[in-house]
Design a protein around this ligand. Sequence first.
Ligand code: NAD
Ligand code: ZN
Length: 378
Amino acid sequence: MTTTSKSAENTTIAVRTSSADYDVEIGAGLLALVGERVDALLAGGIAAGKQRAFVVTSPEIDRLWGEQLAAGFPAPLTKLMVPAGEEHKRLATVERLAEELAGHGADRDSILIAFGGGVIGDMTGFVAAMYMRGIRYVGVPTTLLAQVDSSLGGKTGVNLAAGKNLVGAFHHPLAVYADTTTLETLPAAELRAGLQESVKAGIIRDRALFDFLESESAAVLGGDRAALTQVVAASVRVKADVVNADERELGVRMILNLGHTLGHAIEAATGYKQLLHGEAVAWGMIAAVGIAAKRGTVSAAEAERMERVIRAYGPMHGFIADAGELVALTAKDKKNRSGARSFVLPVGIGDAVVVKDVSEAELMEAAVGMVAEARVIA
Ligand SMILES: NC(=O)c1ccc[n+]([C@@H]2O[C@H](COP(=O)([O-])OP(=O)(O)OC[C@H]3O[C@@H](n4cnc5c(N)ncnc54)[C@H](O)[C@@H]3O)[C@@H](O)[C@H]2O)c1
Ligand SMILES: [Zn+2]
């Protein structure tokens, strides 16, 4: 069950899974309050000098927002730096961070603050899961994607040369604080790509969010604080709801994968270099909407609205790939179980299902159309 409470500006969403309970707080200007919130969760342990807080971040985020975060803590924070970029989300960085923690005397009662985008969040959560067999951490996500998606759900990990996120652990944060003002410095393309996860959340589970994204796209894309805060809160609620119902992704959690089967295939086929994750997912969602419309499981009018909103949060980015290769890659999706290809199809705005019977021919038809359009743009 997901409960929501709202103060004047901030929204708090409770994540209640079988293995962890924690709150995600969303608001503008929250950064300065994180220190006192965390210290309160630790019963004053930081202020009393009994517990130490370590921030894992990258130089850029530290330069932009580090002072605001640090100023709110009752004791000095120790900073551990990781350069920005997916290429640093590796075991080598995890080892280096763990060595630095040990060097600074971090113990079982120390707490990590994951301060950055999904890369920092996944890696910090993983370090927290491993260091001394597990210490606590909080998330302070600074990208749209991290605020609405990667910071909650408990999945942490790093990449291998063989593939993304192949090593990891389930380890939930103690709390998540999403300050939407940090999005003001986020590159526009990152904001738009992250918002595709919100479009996804609307399509699979929240018609009101979808309607809001549709009617208020100018405010949302223009970075209007109130509009963004509303979108982040609604998107978090969708993810929290789904995760609460199915923490280990055995059933309903799979609907979060709308657009991701072909999206991941595009990312893999283009070597993760041509598109941001959300840009690839946008193509994947349009393909899924198309397949559902062809099957007649979604009305033509609703399919058209979905596609229009996805494109509004674009623009769609070109890429060069072979349709046959994309279809072949979907067969290798990590989410497939016992050989059957799992595929998420919308059944209407605010509702989606996982099906196992999408045929190669249906995928091929969708992929051919997509690849042709993407090539023209590229
Ligand atoms: N754990 C999960 O459930 C989950 C879910 C989805 C994605 N992920 C992971 O998330 C990662 C992608 O996360 P991301 O999209 O946040 O990318 P990212 O962490 O690489 O951040 C994108 C870029 O924005 C910069 N940045 C971050 N915040 C900023 C700010 N406020 N102002 C200016 N620049 C800022 C970063 O330094 C980086 O260059 C991937 O590794 C993916 O595997 C995890
Ligand atoms: Zn995604």
